[in-house]
Design a protein around this ligand. Structure first.
Ligand code: CP
Length: 339
């Protein structure tokens, strides 16, 4: 029986959280464990000060609601502080390189989180930084979303259903959220399908990552435009069709490619044949484009719970990469035993 207070790895094997492919399943489960233990502890009315006097620098090259608020609130709830370094507010870009920024922030802050336009930027930041760097989304992946999503999926799994029987279908474009969902579900040994137009399928390099996970952990990975693959889905997930990184392609081109076949509607959920199918979306959503109002606001939707799980995950990541996850679990265990 797994001990809820003991991590497989007492300290992280990597300084930074840039890409979940750098971590094995047991490490991801450690991150899930600290995240959910702290969530349950705080929800039962306790407080924690594990990051007392610690500072998180948050670099945003793009807008954000969930990532920004969850990191800022997470730091505050753990006794620390977060600095929002939005575009134009610091020298980064115009007057200072990202590497030089990393050197300076490392001397003043304890952790750095960055949402960047290009993945190379977060790699450079991590390379020059001496403190942990967390990737808050790049044009390649969205690993903090991954951790929140896998916590959401595990929380909403049908009772006693083993991971290798779970079917997760991503509908639409191969955005970085699609890539990330494939990476994390296959790491957990689940069955991942991307259902979308062939021109928007995950490329071979990504599928290779999924298949390597299948070899290690079981499960499967498929890309298809055949709606028959929707049958038996436990989770249907979608993301916006346009506008995030591809600002060149006009909206009507995307609409012709995806609408109506790939819009998540009540009819699409019915095609799964699963009355308990769950709907997920990383948000923000373009309502009535990739998903109808009736699905997003309907009884199958767990998208709002999924958004809340971003906070659950960020606290866990801050503690894990801040090097205090094991000590925090010890403290939670001690407090519970004393009660
Ligand atoms: N899902 C997500 O990353 O949301 P934000 O862009 O609002 O942070």
């Amino acid at each position: 029986m797994d001990n809820p207070y003991v991590l497989t790895h007492k300290t992280p094997t990597k300084k930074d959280f840039l890409d979940t492919t750098e971590f094995d399943q047991s490490e991801i489960l450690d991150m899930v464990k600290i995240s959910t233990a702290v969530r349950d502890y705080l929800k039962s009315g306790h407080t924690l000060n594990s990051l007392y006097h610690k500072n998180l620098a948050m670099i945003f090259e793009q807008k954000s609601t969930r990532t920004r608020v969850s990191f800022e609130v997470g730091m505050e709830q753990l006794g620390g502080h977060a600095l929002n370094l939005a575009p134009g507010a610091i020298q980064l870009g115009a007057h200072e390189t990202i590497g030089d920024t990393a050197e300076v922030l490392s001397r003043m802050c304890d952790l750095i989180m960055a949402r960047v336009d290009r993945h190379e930027s977060v790699l450079e930041l991590a390379d020059r930084s001496t403190v942990p760097v967390i990737n808050g989304m790049s044009d390649y992946n969205h690993p903090t979303q991954e951790l929140g999503d896998i916590i959401t999926i595990l929380d909403h799994l049908p009772a006693d259903k083993p991971c290798n029987k779970v079917k997760v279908v991503f509908v639409g474009d191969c955005t970085q959220v699609c890539v990330s969902l494939m990476m994390i579900t296959t790491k957990m040994g689940m069955n991942f399908i991307q259902y979308g137009p062939p021109a928007k399928w995950l490329g071979d390099d990504f599928l290779k990552i999924g298949r390597a996970n299948n070899q290690l952990y079981g499960g499967s990975v498929h890309v298809t435009d055949n709606p028959a693959y929707l049958e038996g889905a436990d989770f249907i997930y979608t993301d916006v069709w346009y506008g995030l990184y591809d600002k060149e392609t006009p909206k009507d081109v995307y609409m012709r490619e995806f609408y109506p076949k790939y819009q998540v509607s009540d009819e699409m959920l019915a095609m799964t044949g699963n009355p308990n199918v769950k709907f997920m979306h990383c948000l923000p959503a373009n309502r009535n484009e990739e998903v109808t109002d009736s699905v997003l606001d309907g009884p199958h939707s767990i998208a709002w719970d999924e958004a809340e799980k971003r906070l659950t995950a960020q606290r866990g990541l801050l503690l894990y990469f801040g090097g205090v996850a094991a000590a925090t679990l010890d403290e939670i265990k001690k407090q519970k035993e004393e009660k």
